[in-house]
Design a protein around this ligand. Structure first.
Ligand code: UD1
Length: 363
């Protein structure tokens, strides 16, 4: 049973689902918790990545963390008891990941964690709590990088449970780039390659606090050298409205607020951007793979591989640092050519094949 619920989990799982379909001995039970429920946040990825319908959508929706995680657990318990999976697989670090892992472990069903071992060492992030607890109740942990394996060893997780697979998000990106290249999102938004920046924001610590959000948006609107394209996450739309920023930004010249994009359009937008501003985990890695400089609007990152290589700059939410770092990047010549030469620590695009093969061995 593979449990998904939020946008990045669908992307991470797609290559695993397609790999599993190649094996007759696997009966895949795909379960959707309903954490994300809009077309733009869920269904579109099922279409684009040609995924089968889930056997069940638990329809949990939004709520406080305890409410959401608790409701997922109650519904997942029934689902697991009814469908009797041999193992439960959970990708990433969302509330759906934690709910799936805890419920399965308590029913003594072995848990397999995909993208295990990532650590930001920032316990204010709900995702950090989710991934730590999930790792510690998993029987088999697939890590995307050597650094993630080291993090798990440091926490005392036995070596035989940890397997270096590479990152399934990289598998997904390689599989979908040829289709993404046909996207006409640049034309639709009247953008020229390398003349704009892409922005995504959705972390509660950035978007739920009006002061922080105002600061970030003020810094970004000062950067008149670039048009900023901003696909707005539903949570962020609420935050912008609460901070009384939404109306002003909607009519601003240098910033284009748009609905959340599908996977192919987002890859195309990232690939051709002069740079990316984000607080997302996944986009930091996608920018790295697409050789686009990334400015991360957080104080810490779980993807230190990208910061150590100089491809990703952590600037937090300080106005001066955001502006100065951006200007530095704009001054750097041939930056994309430099980024292309970096070694990729996230595997060889075959993570899903390794995950399925190793999981079958452990039956
Ligand atoms: C969640 C994950 C995060 C992941 C992100 C990707 C947790 C704790 N966080 O954060 O790890 O990177 O998803 O998007 O699990 N909403 C809609 N329509 C939808 C989906 C969401 O309107 O289809 C709104 C909800 O009303 C709510 C917000 O978006 O305001 C979702 O909040 P939450 O459940 O915390 O998820 P994310 O912030 O998306």
């Amino acid at each position: 049973m593979l449990i998904v619920g939020a946008r990045p989990q669908i992307i991470k799982s797609a290559p695993i689902i397609h790999e599993a379909k190649k094996h007759r001995e696997i009966e895949l039970q795909l379960v959707h918790t309903g954490q994300h429920y809009d077309f733009e946040m869920s269904k579109i990825f099922f279409h684009e990545m040609e995924l089968p319908d889930p056997i069940v959508n638990l329809g949990v929706g939004s709520g406080s963390h305890a409410w959401q995680t608790g409701n997922m657990m109650i519904k997942l318990e029934k689902t697991i008891i009814e469908h009797k999976p041999a193992i439960v697989m959970v990708p990433g670090d969302t509330n759906s990941t934690l709910a799936g892992a805890l419920t399965a472990a308590k029913l003594h069903v072995p848990v397999v964690h995909i993208e295990a071992g990532a650590r930001s060492y920032d316990m204010r992030m709900p995702e950090e709590i989710n991934r730590r607890l999930t790792d510690h109740c998993s029987s088999l942990l697939f890590v995307p990088t050597k650094n993630c394996a080291k993090n798990l060893s440091n926490e005392g997780i036995p070596k035989q449970r940890i397997k270096l697979s590479g990152d399934t998000m990289y598998d997904a990106l390689l599989q979908h780039l040829p289709i993404a290249a046909k996207s006409n999102i640049l034309k639709i938004l009247s953008l020229k390659s390398d003349k704009y920046a892409a922005l995504t924001l959705h972390r509660p610590e950035n978007v739920d606090d009006p002061k922080t959000l105002k600061n970030i948006m003020k810094a970004l609107t000062m950067l008149t050298e670039l048009t900023i394209v901003f696909p707005v996450h539903p949570r962020t739309r609420e935050g912008l409205a609460a901070a009384k920023l939404l109306k002003r930004l909607e009519v601003a010249d240098d910033i284009k607020l748009i609905e959340p994009l599908g996977y192919h359009d987002m890859l195309q937008l990232t690939k051709h951007a002069r740079m990316v501003f984000t607080d997302s985990g996944g986009l930091q890695k996608e920018a790295f793979w697409l050789h686009t400089p990334c400015i991360t609007l957080r104080d810490k990152t779980e993807w230190t591989e990208t910061t150590e290589l100089g491809a990703n700059l952590l600037v937090g939410t300080n106005l001066k640092r955001i502006v100065e770092t951006t200007k530095e990047i704009l001054k750097t010549k041939d930056i994309k050519i430099k980024l292309e030469k970096l070694k990729n620590p996230f595997g060889d695009g075959q993570a899903s094949r390794k995950i399925i093969a190793e999981t079958l061995k452990r039956r």
